[in-house]
Design a binder for this molecule. Structure first.
Ligand SMILES: C[S@@+](CC[C@H](N)C(=O)[O-])C[C@H]1O[C@@H](n2cnc3c(N)ncnc32)[C@H](O)[C@@H]1O
Length: 209
């Protein structure tokens, strides 16, 4: 149910999305890119890739980077495909985080930005990430952080007014979801930008024991 609502919502805003959220997108995705340290040889999966802004950013530095973006909104993906049309090494697919259409051990790096709070079943999504990630790969997830007062208020309000919204997490809850899906947190932080946005980011690797 909620994926259908999310899809409808993002299909409607796809053509405005980059302009409406330009400052937020620029700040979050440049932070993610710097934090993630993605090597030019890595195969990258971006979950909830939206309009392909993270792909555009990575490609400015590494035009040969192999990147796959997935999203449940066809209209967001159309914008992404148009933006990256000159790059045969980049592909976009319609898929949900909870059922990734890839073989086991397919990617070196999985990223996801500002999307985790939409997941109906974050544990299943993290298990899917673990399945398609190579054993020596890493997952980097950036999302809102409920440890910040304004995020807590947004979380409370959005649950009433936005049927697409699921929930955001405290950093402790976020890390324990990773642990349940058999990831180890390698590095993590939380930070604020602007007055509203309290964010957290974590890099995690598959547990080996
Ligand atoms: C706030 S946008 C973020 C887009 C992009 N990552 C960015 O930072 O600009 C959230 C995106 O996640 C997608 N999304 C939400 N739930 C999803 C799911 N379960 N699987 C895949 N994509 C999802 C939405 O369609 C939307 O494009």
């Amino acid at each position: 149910m909620s994926e259908k609502v999310i899809r409808q919502q993002y299909d409607q805003v796809a053509n405005l999305y980059d302009r409406r959220w330009s400052t937020y997108i620029a700040k979050t995705l440049s932070f993610l890119k710097t934090w993630a340290h993605i090597s030019p040889e890595a195969t990258v999966l971006d979950i909830g890739c939206g309009t392909g802004e993270f792909e555009r950013l990575l490609l400015t530095e590494n035009p040969q980077q192999m990147i796959t973006g997935v999203d449940i909104s066809e209209e967001m993906l159309l914008v992404a495909k148009q933006k990256c049309r000159a790059y045969p090494n980049v592909s976009f697919l319609t898929a949900s985080a909870s059922a990734l259409p890839f073989a086991n051990n397919s990617f070196d790096v999985i990223v996801s930005a500002s999307t985790f709070h939409y997941f109906d079943d974050p544990e299943t999504s993290l298990k899917e990430m673990r399945r398609v990630l190579k054993p020596d790969g890493k997952v980097v997830i950036l999302d809102w952080c409920k440890d910040y007062l304004l995020c807590r208020i947004c979380d409370f309000v959005l649950k009433f007014v936005d049927p697409a919204y699921k929930q955001c997490y405290t950093q402790r809850e976020f890390h324990s979801l990773f642990t349940s899906a058999q990831f180890d947190i390698k590095c993590a932080t939380k930070f604020r930008f602007g007055i509203i946005w309290g964010m957290m980011i974590a890099t995690a690797t598959p547990q080996t024991y």
